[in-house]
Design a binder for this molecule. Structure first.
Ligand code: G3P
Length: 478
């Protein structure tokens, strides 16, 4: 069956003996766009076995050679940005320009991993024993960073390529092998990306990519005894994974409800443009999207008017036409978003625009006067719907932010840097942005969530460190 994309195992493109496939529905046309192999547990076992063998050799490959191969893969990926971006447009309805940006950013990320890796992995520590009470200077301790083994990478649909390479790059430079389980929407873009690693000439079995149904291979992968580390980005499946996973390091990034706190002295034009960028880019389908605006009552009317004027200018339509707002990823996602809107309507939120939906396409909507009893005050819509809560004190804003079960990022707008620092310290989130919308990048910055937003810290340097462990050798003098 020629039109089913093959999966990647042992350095080869293969068909699953199951003979089954999984359809990928184009969010815009709502028709099947591509098919991928429905791999079974048997194929997973094979991939794990070869990943383990390939890793041993790879760990012995000089670091500079590992870096060289990564640079090569980065260059090949950038050369193939057009066809990969085209998959993103069709699989996840990401606007055409943003799709290209995602691929280019991914190439840059891989190169940065190679550079960062040769520096931080090229250094170890040397310790002497006589600093600890009771010891003479008779023990010399040498430390270095060694790989964990097989890293399982599970990226989400919203950045299938970028959030895959943000795990692959650090894993490979650190001497690990990698098994990728792409999201169904975005799987074909991932397979193309993996092909760039194939073309770069990585050893057989070092990187593999298994596609298929989560219900069939999801738990089997995450609970597989061959896995030595899991790096997952996505929804609350991550919580289930962390409960079931064995005694292995986990890196999890599981969404957010990023608050935007607006003080009375803020530059409201700056706030409005950041709310638009932060709340509505990729139709709000980013874990770092602005998901609730907490604005001081005295400036709320002016801010809402400014945001409304900008919402009216957003283009709504297809990703091929590079519209600002494009169809959300699936019908079930659109239905979920609609549920939040209806709940807010019933409970009396002010609709700044009328609610409009056609298929999976939802028009951007600003909801003013949102109250804490509304679901939209707390839940993550992952769509172009943004609630505004009016506050009468900064403390109220901080309280709302901290009452969330999420704690990814947040932002504060004020001209008073001292106040901003105090609020930042009080906000229980992994990152606070002052005078800009939340964002993960630049990709070497630390990126982490508190509470249900995740485990561990990402960003290139942190990921490389997380995917290694310290090995020490102690020389004992007579
Ligand atoms: O939603 C995933 C998260 O990593 C967002 O990244 O670059 O849009 O801030 P970014």
């Amino acid at each position: 069956d020629g039109d089913v994309f093959k999966y990647y195992s042992e350095g080869e493109w293969k068909k699953s003996p199951s003979g089954k496939s999984v359809s990928i529905i184009n969010p815009t046309t709502r028709k099947p766009q591509y098919k991928v192999q429905a791999c079974t547990q048997q194929e997973v076992n094979k991939v794990m076995e070869t990943a383990k063998i390939a890793q041993k050799q790879w760990a012995k490959t000089p670091l500079w050679k590992r870096a060289e191969l990564l640079h090569k893969a980065a260059a090949i990926l950038k050369e193939h940005k057009a066809p990969i971006a085209d998959c993103l447009v069709k699989e996840i309805a990401k606007p055409a320009k943003d799709s290209v940006t995602e691929v280019v950013r991914s190439g840059d990320l891989i190169s940065y991993c190679a550079e960062e890796g040769v520096r931080i992995l090229g250094e170890g520590k040397f310790l002497v024993s006589d600093s600890f009470p009771g010891n003479e200077r008779t023990k010399y301790c040498l430390t270095s960073k060694v790989p964990l083994g097989v890293v399982l990478a599970i990226p989400p649909f919203n950045y299938p390529v970028n959030l895959a390479v943000s795990k692959i790059g650090p894993a490979l430079i650190a001497g690990n092998s990698l098994v990728l389980k792409p999201p169904t929407q975005g799987a074909v873009a991932c397979l193309h990306m993996v092909h760039c690693f194939h073309l770069a000439g990585f050893p057989k079995g070092l990187i593999s990519c298994v596609t298929g149904k989560g219900s069939e291979i999801g738990d089997f992968l995450t609970m597989h005894p061959g896995v030595n580390c899991i790096s997952f980005t996505g929804g609350d499946t991550g919580i289930a994974i962390s409960k079931k996973a064995g005694m292995i390091p986990l890196q999890m990034e599981l969404g957010g409800k990023d608050a935007c706190i607006v003080l009375e002295d803020a530059d409201l034009d700056l706030v409005a443009s950041n709310i638009i960028k932060g709340g509505f880019s990729y139709s709000g389908q980013r874990c770092t999207a602005v998901k609730v605006v907490l604005v001081m009552e005295s400036v709320a009317d002016t801010l809402v008017e400014k945001v409304k004027a900008k919402v009216a200018k957003l283009t709504v339509g297809s990703p091929e036409d590079d519209c600002d707002i494009t169809p959300v990823v699936s019908e079930s996602s659109a239905n979920f978003i609609e549920g939040l809107v209806m709940d807010a309507k019933q409970k009396g939120a002010t609709f700044c625009q009328s609610y409009k939906r056609e298929g999976n396409l939802i028009w951007p909507l600003l909801l003013d006067n949102v109250q804490p009893d509304m679901r939209i005050a707390w839940e993550e819509p992952f769509g172009p719907i943004l609630p505004v809560i009016r506050i009468t004190s900064v403390e109220e804003g901080i309280h709302h932010c901290n009452a969330s079960n999420f704690g990814l990022q947040g932002c504060i707008f004020t001209r008073d840097i001292n106040k901003a620092m105090l609020i930042s310290d009080a906000m229980e989130t992994g990152t606070v942005q002052i005078n800009s919308a939340p964002a993960r990048g630049p990709d070497h910055f630390p990126f982490q969530g508190l509470k249900d937003s995740g485990i561990g810290s990402q960003g290139i340097t942190n990921s490389i460190n997380m995917m290694t462990k310290i090995k020490s050798t102690v020389i004992n003098l007579p």
